[in-house]
Design a protein around this ligand. Structure first.
Ligand SMILES: [Cu+2]
Length: 328
């Protein structure tokens, strides 16, 4: 075949595919947000784009998979809300306690969503910490109408393409646990928490790194150096203001941390400085890095990139601090 013809054929195949997947999204019951981090809150919005046999939807039941805990459905005007609580497969950590049971099924009934209209059914949930990254969680949905029903309950078998399913259950891809903000790393008597950085504009010459280090060991230690995946060089800096003049200096011998001491690296104070980042830092991303201690050795950390103004030394939300204007 003539190359250009095969190219056009391929392009057509591609656009047909795009079209098919686009309409598929509208046709199926699906989740508005189909990715969420483990160990984090998740707002599930089930989108219903049509009824059954052109008749109105009158009832919707969603089944909650294991690993999705602390579910709280959102009531809808004109609909009766009911839930079923059952035990989880195992107890899950939830903030400072454990949850052993919770809502496993939600039903909105008695409403009327005409086939020509669109609506959303919402619930809040928490993705348990122990759900491994890249797990796909399925939320089977049964949609009942004045006439007929749709069972959005198909779950792909291993190696089956989910797009081949006729009535796929809405699904959610679990991303790696939200690390830095909630997680602390312990190594050789050192506890590291709240490792974070901040968004940078394109071309920014430096980016700051902030974290809290506690020496819970018996001996003095020293942070010798640090690194992050998007910069070739990282320095440990101290910032101070003297007679109204702000100055920054490198700590050539590293940062000593006495036994029992907690050192906070934060904006306007001690901090890590990532030199010449290779690209702008984007809010919400998690960047891998390492800290090297004299005694505790090399410790892997993840720096979560926060928006400007979200540093922990900033005033709490609502307070009229000097940086309030930067808060996104
Ligand atoms: Cu600096």
């Amino acid at each position: 075949m003539f190359p250009i013809q095969s190219l056009i054929r391929n392009l057509c195949a591609v656009s047909a595919l795009l079209l098919a997947s686009h309409t598929a999204v509208l046709a199926h019951a699906s989740l508005e947000q189909d990715k969420a981090s483990a160990n984090g809150a998740y707002k599930a919005v089930i989108k219903i784009g049509h009824g059954c046999e052109q008749t109105a939807t009158t009832r919707l039941t969603v089944t909650i998979p294991d690993g999705v805990i602390a579910v709280k459905p959102m009531p809808k005007a004109g609909w009766t809300l009911s839930t079923q609580t059952r035990a989880y497969a195992k107890p899950y950590d939830y903030y400072h306690g454990k949850l052993t049971e919770g809502v496993r099924e939600i039903t909105w009934s008695g409403g009327n969503l005409p086939d020509a209209y669109y609506d959303e059914f919402t619930f809040m949930a928490f993705i348990a910490k122990d759900v491994p990254a890249d797990t796909r969680l399925f939320f089977p949905v049964v949609q009942s109408c004045e006439k007929g029903r749709h069972d959005w309950v198909d779950i792909p078998a291993a190696n089956q393409n989910p797009h081949d399913l006729k009535s796929p259950a809405p699904s959610l891809l679990v991303l790696a646990a939200q690390g830095p903000a909630n997680q602390s790393v312990k190594a050789g008597g050192m506890a590291i928490s709240a490792a974070r950085s901040r968004v940078t504009p394109a071309g920014a010459p430096v980016a700051g790194g902030y974290l809290t280090i506690t020496n819970s060991g018996q001996q003095a230690d020293r942070l010798l150096s640090a690194s992050i995946e998007i910069a070739d060089q990282t320095e440990i800096h101290d910032m101070s203001t003297k007679d109204g003049v702000m100055s920054m200096r490198t700590l050539p011998d590293g940062l000593p941390i006495k036994p029992g001491e907690t050192v906070e690296l934060k904006p306007g104070s001690l901090h890590l400085m990532f030199l010449k980042p290779k690209r702008p830092l984007v809010e919400g991303e998690v960047l891998k890095g390492q800290l090297v201690f004299e005694k505790a050795g090399t410790v892997s950390v993840e720096f979560k990139v926060e928006g400007m103004g979200s540093s922990r030394s900033a005033p709490p939300a609502g307070a009229s601090g000097g940086h309030a204007g930067h808060v996104h």
